[in-house]
Ligand binder design. Structure first.
Ligand SMILES: Nc1ncnc2c1ncn2[C@@H]1O[C@H](COP(=O)(O)OP(=O)(O)OP(=O)(O)O)[C@@H](O)[C@H]1O
Ligand SMILES: [Mg+2]
Length: 257
């Protein structure tokens, strides 16, 4: 088949996997290569509701920006990974991005994505736990989470509330890992590469390592990027965990595949 014909037939095949009217979504695909079976190929399909994309585009425009590429968090993270890390052929690396309301997981096998999953939990759970535990405003809870202490509230009580929210988040990550293992003949996960602001909560990294039994590393999205001296290094090192998706997005350019 020609590339065009292939595009048409992939769109046709995709229809059965997409729970919306095909006219309501933007669709793109990437051929990963030939599959093990004869006359078969592995293809990644991404579908996004047009409504959702329009919302994002509107926000970007209102901020005075002109969007040229729309990408998926999990794949932006994969590009960020390729730039900064040496691919290990015989290892599975799980990139886990914990945002405010969303966790993106992308498991790479020998550098190629074999599993992606988003879950609707994140650092908001920590904030809500503090809000509820100490009957304070959301803004105060957010401040308390990031600063670690507040007058009249003991550090131990804060830690306890955060721990219970972390447990919920880690349980969700474990469910995704179990699902990955179930669907891949019990493949091992060799390493977790962690990013996103939700991972910055006190004690989270060590707890994830302990509960999952997997080695956890914080991502370094600027590792292989030359940063001019005019940038504030201290500030950059603070925001590094939360700019991983942005770094991956910035690597893309118009028209690339
Ligand atoms: N120093 C910190 N300590 C604890 N939590 C933090 C810290 N800095 C940021 N966070 C939390 O990280 C989350 C935001 O992270 P991030 O910027 O990665 O998410 P996002 O991409 O905006 O969210 P989403 O992907 O869910 O839409 C928030 O829940 C915020 O409270
Ligand atoms: Mg995010």
């Amino acid at each position: 088949m020609s590339e065009d014909e292939l595009g048409e037939s992939i769109k046709f095949e995709a229809e059965q996997y997409i729970p919306f009217d095909i006219e309501d979504v933007n669709l793109d695909f990437q051929i990963l290569g030939l599959a093990d079976k004869a006359n078969m190929m592995d293809v990644v399909i991404v579908a996004a509701k047009k409504d959702k994309i329009n919302e994002y585009v509107t926000v970007a425009k209102e901020a005075g920006l002109s969007p040229v590429i729309v990408d998926v968090d999990a794949f932006a993270l994969e590009n960020m990974y390729e730039l900064n890390y040496e691919v290990k052929q015989d290892e599975n690396v799980a990139i886990v991005n914990i945002g405010a309301s969303m966790i993106n997981i992308n498991i790479l096998k020998g550098g190629g994505s074999v599993f992606t999953r988003d879950s609707a939990v994140g650092g908001n759970l920590h904030t809500e736990a503090l809000q509820k535990e100490f009957t304070i405003s959301y803004a105060s809870a957010e401040k308390l989470k990031q600063e670690g202490s507040m007058e009249g509230i003991s550090k131990e009580d804060v830690a306890a509330a955060l721990t219970s929210a972390s447990e919920d988040i880690i349980a969700e990550i474990s469910r995704s890992f179990d699902y990955f293992r179930d669907t891949t003949n019990y493949e091992n996960i060799n390493e977790i590469l962690l990013c996103g602001g939700g991972a910055l909560t006190e004690g989270f990294v060590s707890m994830l390592a302990e509960k999952s039994g997997i080695n956890v590393r914080m991502v370094e999205p600027l590792k292989n990027i030359h940063v001019p001296d005019s940038f504030d290094r201290e500030y950059l090192s603070k925001v590094e965990p939360v700019i991983s998706v942005a770094v991956g997005l910035a690597l893309r350019s118009l028209g690339d595949k």
